[in-house]
Ligand binder design. Structure first.
Ligand SMILES: [Zn+2]
Ligand SMILES: [Zn+2]
Length: 138
């Protein structure tokens, strides 16, 4: 996949983006805030480098969902698009479902398992964390 450009868009296709680089990681997040923002049982993110991400169409709305945590969405149709935070400069996390080819990027991490819905039947070929890597007790 090296050298390919990742592309994605929102439901109404007003917002379009391109990424000139490979994903850094792909992860499921089970936290309650992601659940609300997506309206789904779990949110899946693809991390890319901020300087490789470009908006090629449309306009993003943005909310600060926690101090220093920003979630963007299509200003027209409301599709959740990106996640970024002040303490992770240089990273932008794309909601996987906005990619044109999400099937190409399997998740290898799951985070905030302490908030995971008990009935969710999901396996990840990789590591699971109660909160975030580096922040789990023990
Ligand atoms: Zn849209
Ligand atoms: Zn989350």
């Amino acid at each position: 996949m090296s050298g390919d450009i990742l592309r994605g868009h929102c439901l109404c296709k007003a917002v379009q983006y391109a990424v000139d680089g490979d994903p850094v990681w792909c992860a499921h997040c089970h936290c309650g805030d992601c659940r609300r923002h997506t309206g789904s049982a779990v949110a899946t993110f693809v991390c890319v480098r901020q300087d490789q991400f470009r908006l090629t169409g449309g306009e993003l709305g943005r909310i600060e969902s926690s101090p220093g945590v920003y979630r963007s969405f299509c200003a027209d149709c409301g599709t959740p698009m990106t996640y970024a935070r002040d303490d992770l400069p240089g990273e932008i996390h794309l909601y996987l479902g906005t990619l044109e080819h999400p099937e190409d990027i399997p998740p290898t991490l799951e985070v905030f398992c302490k908030e995971r819905l008990p009935w969710l039947n999901l396996t990840v070929d990789g590591q699971s964390f109660e909160s975030l890597p580096g922040q789990d007790p023990g």
